[in-house]
Design a protein around this ligand. Structure first.
Ligand code: FAD
Length: 537
């Protein structure tokens, strides 16, 4: 197979024109092109007011491949296609009695369990939250009625933190073994749109993701795995430096010498339990800030120029970075085109913001986190759990500033920059439910973060005209941008540095940030567990 990269065509091209372009590029007769797969399609918007083009990576099968490749030996955009197929590391031997435990059923735990099940290891999944339908009801109870279920919410339950989200499925991780492709292929098999396999910034959206996750759960069960909900792990069974099992909140004990901990970034009680059991962990950098909302049309215009609103391009996104004079980096985080800001706390009397969207991305506003980098050595030195305590303080303060009923404190950008409390909205209506209480956001974050964001917003306004418009709305606080701890693992075995058989995984362990990278880490961890079980079988 041959890989052609950097093949550009107009937005309106037909499938026939794509085929013709390949034939022309390879200088082959039409009947020599046997097969063609779109591997990736992005768009180039650098000339947004003259012509935006699609740019392709294609995998093609041709007659006389060796000859064609020889002809293009010096052309870096015509190369042999890499092997992107997934190859499992082994299969469980017949009669194996030990079953691996997977704690947490977010994208990381889901893929770890799915891969283990596909390799015949019959994993048992333990998830503290509820199955997807019940969880959806519980989550809406907070958004509509201000009732929080601490074990079933935006962070906890089947599908993990990524379930009520924009469902963005891209990441900047290095992925030489194409595990990301395996993740995408499994999503598509479970009902996600096929285009996620090739568009450059794929997304599923909340509604579709819920169906995909339950289909994947059914596959794990069909392959002999078990998925148990409302089963919180509250302790470890340890013998010397080896894990032997886990204890559940209901007192049940489950034995296994292979335990995946895919907890996500919000399992603060479980982090504390692991720390008290002396599992090695360290504080890691994360970021804090606000959500910002603008009309989506403003972002489309700035990013796509005369192509704003073009069907083939959809709602536009952005990515912004600014280095403030006080040394802090301010950047946009988890941008959700055409989406809504959501209440994302898992704990009573705390307020946390995040963003989500549906597949169509057709809500009125664009939203994104505007966050400031936090560094443990500078901001909470010497305490592995210091970041968690810091997040808790900020989220409790936001709850108070929001009126103590899960509304979020908010402020207009113009007022925030001038240091004046807001009293009335302009044209931008905030989407956060159950509601926004306008006021002054300055007391919600440390002074260095407020100063850095005040400086960054006008600078962002130079990159996206109108970004700092006075009636854009900020809501607070965004604190759970990534895990505040790393449960450090050994690079080869992927086991905890000091507890054998314990496999810290995904975002909570500090090894992923986002749905795709958490899924990829799940694949990696499944392989590490399988290797260890095969060695010890
Ligand atoms: P999680 O998804 O957090 O899953 C961990 C699971 O472990 C949870 O279900 C939890 O209930 C369970 N658990 C925790 N402790 C225990 C215990 N003691 N016992 C049993 N179970 C336990 N990322 C993107 O890439 N794109 C997006 O568009 C996007 N949007 C987001 C929107 C929102 C509102 C949120 C909250 C996050 C979003 N993210 C997004 C981030 C993404 O969801 C996470 O990076 C990803 O879910 C991490 O996967 P994970 O499996 O490591 O952890």
């Amino acid at each position: 197979m041959i890989r052609i990269s950097e093949l550009a065509l107009s937005l309106e091209h037909t499938p026939e024109q794509l085929r013709d372009a390949v034939i022309k590029r390879l200088q082959i007769p039409a009947d020599a092109l046997l097969d063609m797969l779109v591997f990736k399609r992005s768009y180039d918007a650098r000339k947004k007011n003259t012509e935006i083009t699609f740019v392709y990576i294609l995998h093609v099968t041709v007659k006389d491949e060796t000859k064609v490749l020889a002809r293009f030996a010096d052309d870096q955009h015509v190369r042999p296609a890499p092997d992107t197929e997934y190859h499992p590391v082994g299969h469980a031997p017949a009669g194996l009695t030990e079953r691996p435990l997977v704690v947490g059923f977010g994208p990381c735990g889901l893929f770890a369990a799915l891969l283990l099940a596909q390799m015949g290891f019959k994993p048992i999944v333990l998830e503290r939250g509820k199955e997807v339908r019940q969880r959806t009801k519980d989550t809406w109870a907070l958004w509509r009625n201000k009732v929080l279920s601490p074990e079933s919410n935006v962070q906890f339950g089947e599908g993990g933190a990524g379930l009520f989200s924009d469902g963005k499925l891209y990441s900047q991780i290095k992925d030489p073994k194409f595990y990301g492709r395996k993740v995408m292929q499994e999503f598509v098999r479970a009902g996600a749109p096929e285009e996620i396999l090739y568009v450059s910034k794929p997304h599923i959206g909340t509604f579709r993701l819920t169906g995909v996750v339950s289909a994947m759960r059914e596959e794990i069960k069909a392959l002999g795995g078990e998925v148990r909900f409302e089963q919180k792990v509250t302790d470890l069974l340890l013998k010397d430096d080896q894990i032997e099992g886990v204890v559940l909140a209901n007192g049940e004990v489950l034995h296994s010498r292979h335990v995946v901990m895919a907890l996500g970034h919000s399992a603060r009680d479980t982090f504390r339990m692991l720390h008290s059991r002396e599992v090695f962990m360290e504080a890691k950098p994360f970021a804090i800030g606000f959500r910002i909302e603008h009309p989506q049309s403003l972002i489309d215009k700035a990013r796509l120029g005369k192509y704003a609103g073009h069907d083939a391009l959809g709602a536009a996104d952005y990515k912004l970075v600014y280095h403030a004079k006080n040394g802090r980096a301010v950047y946009s985080f988890c941008m959700c085109p055409g989406g809504t800001v959501v209440a994302a706390t898992s704990e009573p009397e705390r307020v946390v913001t995040n963003g989500m969207s549906q597949y169509s991305r057709n809500e009125r506003n664009a939203n994104a986190g505007i966050v400031v980098g936090i560094n443990p050595n500078e901001d909470f030195p010497g305490n592995p759990l210091g970041g968690i305590e810091f997040q808790e303080q900020l989220e409790s303060r936001a709850y108070e500033l929001g009126g103590k009923d899960y509304c979020a404190p908010g402020q207009l950008v113009g007022d925030f920059i001038r240091g004046k409390a807001s009293t009335t909205l302009g044209d931008v209506e905030p989407s956060y439910k159950p509601g926004v209480l306008l006021g002054d956001l300055a007391p919600s974050l440390p002074e260095y973060a407020i100063t850095a964001i005040r400086e960054a917003l006008p600078a962002f306004g130079k990159q996206i005209r109108g970004f700092d418009r006075p009636d854009a709305v900020l809501t607070g606080v965004e604190t759970r941008t990534s895990s505040p701890v790393r449960i450090t693992r050994d690079n080869d075995s992927l086991q905890s540095l000091n507890v054998r058989g314990l496999f810290p995984a995904g975002e909570g362990a500090g090894y992923a940030g986002g749905i795709l990278s958490a899924g990829v880490d799940g694949v990696r961890i499944a392989e590490a567990v399988a290797r260890s079980m095969l060695e010890n079988a």
